[in-house]
Design a protein around this ligand. Structure first.
Ligand code: DLL
Length: 445
């Protein structure tokens, strides 16, 4: 074991030891686990057996990690089509927890955990929290939603096993969140980045300056957020804002996390095997190039996932991280291959709109993109909140800002976009993931 870090090695949480494992040792561990996962999936899940048979692959054919590319992909529709329990590899009596994630259409997807799976998940979440600089002595306000969403319980058990004090407040009731944060001397908060933004705004209205509270860390994830949003949050809250990543299909939060270097997310590779592929061809892209993240679970029993296509776009970051972790890193996910929309023939990602808006002074990071169709032609309108100072300015100043924003969007997207400036606090806030895009084109409006 090569537990060297430029942090004090004596302070490494015992659960984080695999973060510093020698690479060769990690690859051996991954191969062993991959082989038993594939065997399990083949033996117990009909869908995997049929697909592997069709591709003429047997579990014994997996002799090296590179052989993972012989395995079939799994996609979200497979989970939907096998609703609710069709992909389980364990009998129901061994399953101790179910979670579900709602898709944009129809039925949710269901995911299952054995006791062993919960231990793995908790282990990954302890390592996530530790990577964000948290430990025993921290008071963690967990404002991810508790329930079928994996955020609440995932962060809860991780923080508890870390030895921190957990405040299981769940999402919503913002005024109470602020009171608790202040009165309990909370040092870290877990929630979506957009909910934290809302919390900051509300705290200001209540006369509470979050920068003066003991709060020092934010453990944010579950939705894409840009570096500009991170700067806004870190300055406004007087905290360090870390990005954590995960998805229900793989386990929930805990698939990857930033460390104190905030330069990419380390994947907990002993449990999750990552690949980056070209979403069109399905082939691996050269190291460092952008593509779709594909994950194979290595430790899960109830619901092993073979080569799950996340639709999240990222890239491997090569070279070692200054934190000393040997785990591979990926770039922060700022978009999904399927949240792209096409307007007048131009491909647009909400993240591009966010960057273009925040590049202009006077805007707030609260916006919504509304797509409509008028006379057969697609229209894009962006509603964006502006600062109170700008809003109370003269009409000329508002017009000026509107033009600047239209210009910034034109430069980024090459599209003329209608801008509507909105008074502070007027756009609907979300307690969980923010809804940035409203596409009314198919509704004939
Ligand atoms: O959002 C799990 C989670 C909870 C992650 C709390 C982090 C914190 P799902 O609801 O299944 O699970 O949604 C998964 O959310 O495929 C990404 O598109 C997006 N996502 C999650 N984390 C990030 C992130 C949870 N840090 C989907 N950055 C994923 C960008 C993220 N997108």
């Amino acid at each position: 074991m090569n537990a060297i870090s430029d942090d004090n090695p004596l302070q490494i949480h015992p659960a984080s030891v695999p973060d510093y494992m020698q690479v060769q040792q990690m690859r051996e561990l991954q191969l062993n686990r991959l082989r038993s996962t594939v065997r399990r999936a083949y033996l117990h899940v009909e869908l995997y057996r049929q697909r592997m048979d069709r591709q003429n692959v047997l579990p014994e054919d997996i002799r090296s990690l590179d052989d993972v590319t012989c395995l079939p992909f799994t996609v979200k529709a497979d989970l939907r089509d096998s609703y609710p329990f069709g992909l389980f590899a364990s009998p129901l009596q061994d399953i101790v927890r179910l979670h579900a994630s709602s898709g944009t259409t129809g039925k949710p997807i269901v995911v299952a955990y054995t006791q062993h799976d919960l231990t793995v998940w908790t282990d990954a979440m302890v390592r996530t929290m530790a990577a964000c600089g948290l430990g025993c002595g921290d008071i963690i306000q967990n404002a991810y939603g508790y329930g079928l969403f994996t955020g609440g319980l995932g962060a809860h058990y991780g923080a508890e096993a870390l030895g921190a004090t957990v405040v299981p407040i769940s999402g919503g009731n913002t005024d109470r969140q602020i009171m608790v944060m202040k009165d309990f001397g909370v040092t870290a908060i877990c929630c979506t980045p957009t909910y934290f933004l809302h919390l900051l705004d509300r705290a200001t209205e209540m006369g509470v300056d979050v920068r003066e509270l003991p709060l020092r860390v934010g453990v944010f994830g579950a939705e894409p957020w840009s570096d500009s949003l991170r700067r806004h949050i870190e300055t406004g809250g007087g905290i360090k804002a870390y990005d954590i990543y995960g998805l229900s299909e793989i386990t929930g939060p805990g698939v990857g996390s930033e460390c104190r270097c905030q330069s990419g997310l380390h994947i907990f590779e002993d449990h999750f095997y990552p690949e980056i592929i070209d979403p069109e061809s399905g082939q691996p892209v050269p190291e460092g190039e952008e593509g779709e993240l594909v994950v194979t679970t290595l430790s899960k029993h109830a619901m092993p996932m073979l080569r799950y296509r996340t639709r999240d776009i990222s890239a491997f970051i090569s070279g070692p991280c200054a934190c000393g972790r040997t785990l591979r890193r990926i770039k922060r996910i700022c978009r999904r291959s399927d949240d792209m929309f096409i307007i007048r023939g131009v491909n647009v990602f909400p993240s591009q709109v966010e960057s273009a808006l925040l590049a202009v002074e006077g805007t707030l990071p609260h916006y919504q993109i509304i797509l409509t169709r008028e006379g057969g032609l697609d229209q894009m309108e962006v509603h964006v909140e502006v600062t109170p100072a700008v809003f109370s300015d003269k009409v000329g100043a508002l017009e000026n800002l509107q033009n600047k924003l239209a210009q910034s969007l034109y430069q980024t997207l090459g599209l003329r976009v209608e801008i509507r400036l909105i008074a502070p606090q007027m756009l609907k806030r979300s307690e969980g993931k923010a809804q940035r895009l409203i596409d009314r084109r198919n509704l004939g409006q």
